[in-house]
Design a protein around this ligand. Structure first.
Ligand SMILES: NC(=O)c1ccc[n+]([C@@H]2O[C@H](COP(=O)([O-])OP(=O)(O)OC[C@H]3O[C@@H](n4cnc5c(N)ncnc54)[C@H](OP(=O)(O)O)[C@@H]3O)[C@@H](O)[C@H]2O)c1
Length: 244
């Protein structure tokens, strides 16, 4: 099995990489700075290659996917994502375009390039990591990040329909909070207060099982999913109270 993970050099992507390496996959781990893998158990692994590029650069993206995909590509997982909350975006407006180019345009480019290759080989699976924030209807803490993840979910839905006739599955992974170094960094070093915080290992169990069964969408944990669904049923005026 040949697996490429864009955003595979840390956090959720790297944990998924370890899972597929343990299953004997030929693996490509990608990020802007692949030196982040230095010293990791997957560094120097005989079945792991690493690629350094920015998903916003379509030419570099194409070069990497084409290079690894020369011997086939069974699974492309796009994990790469940028986060900024409303306050961060107000303070640094330049983060907005960067976030959209990474979380939306980069995802579309990666899917297009990989789908072209998978159509030629007659099979394959595309996977994107969105976020449960993308399922929340308009709420006061809404930011461009949640909008980008909502877009990622919708983008996966359209690619799924378009690619089904070619035997290519599209799976959207929609996690709640996962205890990665990045989440801890965004929360002053400790993400322990986040509701239904999951370990990377638990997240990988959910994600890899959904990928194996070629599920259309996997939202987890169920408790947070239920809460989001209940919240979305509230009338607008009551939803608005949440941020006051
Ligand atoms: N952790 C959570 O609680 C949580 C919850 C829901 C959804 N998510 C989503 O899950 C994904 C991963 O989150 P994480 O916590 O594991 O974050 P992370 O550790 O920061 O992982 C992000 C990965 O993407 C790469 N990346 C970022 N920007 C890139 C770009 N422009 N081009 C290429 N690679 C890029 C990073 O490497 P470089 O920085 O070296 O490029 C890294 O490998 C994100 O999309 C996030 O929105 C996370």
């Amino acid at each position: 099995m040949r697996v490429m993970i864009i955003g595979g050099t840390s956090g959720i992507g790297l944990a998924l990489g370890a899972h597929y390496a343990a299953r004997g996959a030929q693996l490509a781990l990608c990020g802007r700075d692949p030196r982040r893998l230095d010293g990791h158990a997957l560094d120097r692994h005989p079945h792991v290659s690493r690629y350094g590029f920015d998903i916003r650069d379509a030419d570099d993206l194409r070069r990497a996917i084409t290079d690894f995909g020369r011997d086939g590509l069974d699974l492309l997982i796009v994990v790469a994502g940028q986060y900024a909350d409303a306050a961060g975006l107000a303070a640094q407006p330049e983060l907005g375009p960067r976030l959209v180019q990474t979380n939306i345009a980069g995802l579309v480019d990666a899917f297009d390039i990989a789908a072209e290759l998978m159509r030629r080989q007659g099979h394959g699976q595309l996977v994107a990591v969105a976020s449960i924030a993308g399922l929340l209807k308009d709420y006061p803490g809404n930011s461009l990040y949640s909008a980008s993840k909502r877009a990622a979910i919708a983008i996966c839905d359209s690619y799924r329909k378009a690619l089904a006739p070619f035997g290519i599955a599209v799976t959207t992974l929609v996690p709640g909070y996962v205890d990665t170094a990045r989440l801890r960094e965004l929360n002053g070093g400790d993400a322990g207060a986040k509701p239904w915080l999951q370990s990377e290992a638990d997240a990988v169990k959910h994600m890899s099982a959904a990928i194996d069964r070629r599920a259309a969408r996997c939202v987890f944990p169920w408790q947070l999913h239920l809460l989001v669904r209940l919240f979305n049923c509230l009338p607008n005026w009551l939803r608005g109270l949440r941020g006051k």
